[in-house]
Ligand binder design. Structure first.
Ligand code: UDP
Length: 328
């Protein structure tokens, strides 16, 4: 299939591109390289450096390349930043996504896999969280993703655009030469690994008074390779037309507190990794753990690297090989 991956130069997007190319799909990447890395786009994929806000260019690319399906990854994705700049998140995650959906309708592209998030649930009443749990985001990032998910429901009904939203829990780890390189880095696992890499002295624990066993937030970490495979399965299911439009959670079903993640990194790296207690970060729910039963059942998705130590070890291996990340 000819597949467009928006944001395909980003951390998760680049691993998805690699997975698609391995399956002999032809891949076009659209990325404005605002956060993505040119070097992360495999030589086999074509990269167009275009902003999704440039609707005319996006529509032209869909038509000229003969795109048959889209995986939409391009977005801003930081909870903390979203609570300081709501406008940026609604513009990039809602308005630009809408422009993309309209370009798809205009060019007759009717299959979309959308990168969504566990943040659509907000503070869950029960964990693990199933897809039919209440959707009440506690931050702008989650709200912006939910807004587009809701639009997609109507685009299916009104415009015949089938879509699968994948609600990621916490992506981590690396696949081959593709790993996590954000600037600035805000995610827990790469920040923790900066200590044994000699790039910071200690890690801050944002909030130690949450209603969890050790007082720190609990998250469900999923290996980026397992996440990428789910996109390939979702794309195949849309192509076969054998699942209705909808949403799937993607996590391992096991939660680890921030302290437990640091402990895993201590085991994996053999470094003491000092932790300093710090105030809460606005918008953080206390615990997010997925039930991924639906995607296991419907798409036969099976995580290959479910353990936290293996996930952290995979990230550690990449950061040791590429201590300065990507060249650009
Ligand atoms: N966190 C932390 N110190 C850091 C970075 C993150 O304590 O330097 C916490 C953060 O507040 C949250 C958890 O780690 O409770 C996971 O945050 P991350 O940004 O990695 O992912 P998110 O769950 O926000 O998508």
């Amino acid at each position: 299939m000819r597949v467009l991956v928006t944001g395909g130069a980003g951390y998760i997007g680049s691993v998805i591109v690699a997975a698609l190319v391995r399956r002999n799909h032809e891949v076009l990447v659209i990325d404005n390289l605002y956060k993505g890395h040119r070097a992360a786009v495999m030589a086999l994929a074509q990269l167009l450096t275009v902003d999704l806000g440039n609707a005319a260019a996006v529509e032209r690319s869909l038509a000229e390349y003969g795109v048959e399906a889209v995986i939409h990854m391009a977005a801003d994705s930081l909870v903390g930043e979203s609570m300081q700049n709501a406008a940026k998140y609604f513009r990039n995650n809602v308005v630009n996504s809408l422009l993309l959906a309209n370009a798809m309708v205009a060019t007759g592209v009717r299959r979309l896999v959308f990168s969504s998030t566990a943040a659509v649930y907000g503070e869950p009443e029960t964990v693990p969280i199933a897809e039919d749990a209440p959707l009440e985001p506690t931050n702008v990032y989650g709200e912006s993703k939910l807004a587009f998910e809701r639009m997609l429901r109507w685009y299916d009904q009104v415009h015949g655009l089938s879509s699968i939203a994948l609600r990621y829990f916490n992506a981590a780890g690396a696949v081959g030469d593709l790993g996590e390189d954000h600037d600035p880095e805000t995610h827990l696992i790469p920040i923790v690994l900066q200590v044994p890499l000699g790039k910071r002295d200690a890690v801050q624990l944002f909030g130690t008074d949450y209603p969890t066993p050790d007082g720190t937030c609990i998250r469900d970490y999923i290996h980026v390779g397992d996440l990428a495979e789910a996109h390939v399965l979702a794309l195949d299911a849309l192509a076969r037309g054998d699942v209705p439009s909808g949403a799937y959670n993607l996590g391992n079903g096991t939660g680890y507190s921030n302290r437990q993640v640091i402990d895993a990194a201590r085991r994996v790296t053999g470094h003491a990794i000092p932790a300093i207690e710090a105030p809460r970060r606005p918008g953080d729910p206390a615990a997010l753990v997925a039930s991924s039963e639906r995607i296991r059942r419907d798409l036969d998705w099976q995580p290959r690297v479910p353990g936290i130590d293996e996930i952290v070890a995979s990230a550690w291996e990449w950061h040791q090989r590429f201590p300065n990340g990507y060249p650009d």
